[in-house]
Design a protein around this ligand. Structure first.
Ligand code: PLP
Length: 399
């Protein structure tokens, strides 16, 4: 075999099997309702597209500096200053092909073989695989539904030892929709300082927050600036997932190392998408309007879904405070059967739901939580209604 051991160790996405099946069924003519989307169902706003078209017409189609053009870095700096009150300089900021690449760059530059990385669980699917690729060891720190899946400092403390180097936090959170409180963040920050941990704070959903809550960043707490890397981007807030622009802000030396690494892997992120991102971040009047329209729509769908789910037999969920996912507890359906097939875990639930009721969902095992299913509400209200009707019929039919 030519394939390296490293590559062989990468787990195929556990979401892939259900996803592939959903696609196959769609091709065969089934009317599948999908709750799997990890991206807004809204189109990228017209004014942002126009900025990209103008960049093409002006011939802005060549290599740029590896970590992004200065104008974009300034726009990002202003964005962070406005959002969380930290003024980063250009050499503390870099731009990559999506937030995902920022996180990978960072882990590569932070972790030596055998270093431990703390990851609150349930977690975003890519964190543990990236840690593995970088030679690190993921240590999962449990969070509980009762506590809105929020990481508690007293739990975290139990998982720290002398090999622990990095903590990844993600608020607002995928898949749980939790938004960390200032108090929680402050306690986690204290622990990070006390134990000399570096924190990667994935804040990609920072603008998708509901009920008037305000996003807080761990970077703002005492002595955290020099040990925190902020991760953000335009993918979710501006419905720009396909443009592949993410950014990171943190200590100068780390940013420099990440830029060196990126210079030998992918070079600069797409020049045209960089120009579009400047427009997204700097057109302030349109920015607020774009985001608030999306937030209002998401919030309405979220409330509807949560109400309906909590009325269904053997299902329940918390009201998510951010992002666009509902994390539904399905453990009440375990050991029940459908047509002789027993539901033992989230994959069984997802498979039968897809095969018999044409509804595609992501099994919680993908996020390290087999008692749950993730439902994205980045789909139309009509789909949500139909899909929930199907789910209701399914759980009613279980014996
Ligand atoms: C928690 C989290 N972080 C990072 C990303 C990646 O964002 P991007 O598309 O900008 O790479 C996602 C995308 O789903 C995500 O859910």
């Amino acid at each position: 075999m030519f394939i390296s051991e490293k590559a062989r160790n990468i787990s195929p996405s556990p979401t892939l099997a259900v996803d592939a099946k959903a696609k196959r069924m769609k091709k065969e003519g089934h009317n599948i309702i999908g709750f799997g989307a990890g991206e807004p169902d809204f189109d990228t706003p017209e004014y942002i597209k126009l900025a990209a078209i103008s960049a093409i017409n002006q011939g802005f189609t060549k290599y740029t500096p590896v970590g992004g053009i200065e104008e974009l870095k300034i726009a990002i700096s202003n964005y962070f200053e406005e959002e969380i009150g930290i003024k980063y300089t250009s050499n503390q900021i870099m731009v990559s092909n999506g937030a995902k690449q920022c996180i990978y760059n960072a882990l590569y530059c932070l972790i030596d073989q055998g270093d431990k990385v703390l990851i609150p669980s349930p977690y975003w699917v890519s964190y543990p695989e990236m840690v593995k690729l970088c030679g690190g060891i993921s240590i999962f720190v449990p969070t509980t539904e009762n506590n809105s899946f929020m990481l508690k400092a007293e739990t975290l403390e139990k998982y720290i030892d002398e090999k622990t180097k990095v903590l990844i936090i993600n608020s607002p959170n995928n898949p749980c929709g939790s938004v960390y409180s200032k108090q929680d963040l402050e306690q986690i920050a204290e622990l990070a300082v006390k134990n000399n941990l570096f924190v990667i704070s994935d804040e990609i959903y920072d603008k998708l927050i509901y009920d008037g809550l305000k996003h807080a960043s761990i970077a703002t707490y005492e002595n955290m600036l020099e040990r925190t890397l902020l991760i953000n981007g335009v993918s979710k807030s501006f419905a720009m997932t396909g443009w592949r622009i993410g950014f990171a802000a943190g200590p100068k030396q780390l940013i420099e190392a990440m830029e060196n690494f990126q210079s030998h892997s992918t070079s600069n992120p797409n020049s045209i998408a960089q120009k579009a991102s400047i427009e997204a971040l700097t057109n302030l009047a349109k920015k607020d309007e774009t985001i608030s329209k999306m937030v209002d729509e998401f919030s309405e769908r979220r409330t509807y879904m949560v109400k309906r789910i909590n009325k269904m037999k053997n299902l329940s969920c918390n009201l998510p405070k951010g992002a666009f996912y509902v994390f539904m507890n399905i453990s009440g359906t375990f050991n029940k059967q459908y047509d002789g097939r027993i539901i033992n875990n989230s994959t069984d639930f997802a498979e039968i739901l897809l095969e018999k009721y044409n509804v595609a969902v992501v099994p919680g095992i993908a996020f390290g939580a087999d008692d749950y299913i993730r439902l994205s509400y980045a789909t139309s209200m009509e789909n949500i209604e139909k899909g929930l009707n199907q789910i209701e019929e399914f759980v009613e039919a279980l014996k």
